[in-house]
Write a protein that binds this ligand. Sequence first.
Ligand SMILES: [Zn+2]
Length: 80
Amino acid sequence: MKCQEILEKLSEYIDKEVDPSLCDEIERHIEDCEPCVAFINTLRRTVELFGGVKHVTPEIPPDVSDKLNAFLKEKIIRNP
Ligand SMILES: [Zn+2]
C-alpha cells in the first residue's frame, strides 16, 4: 500500500472499523514507514483531544491536515 492509501484509511483504522485484512496491511506498512507512524501518533493525539475520531471526521480540520501533509511530504522526500 502507498502512504496515501494508508492515510485515507487511518481514521477508520484508529477507530478499528477496517477489515482485519486491511488492518494487517496497514500495520505491515507502518512497521517500516516512519512518516506514517508519526502521522498516526499525531492523529491519535488529535482523537484523544477531541474525544473520538468521529468528531474529527469525515474531514480533519484543513489547517491540521495541511500541516500533517506538509510534514509527511517533507519526511517522505527526506526518507525516500
Ligand atoms: Zn507510509
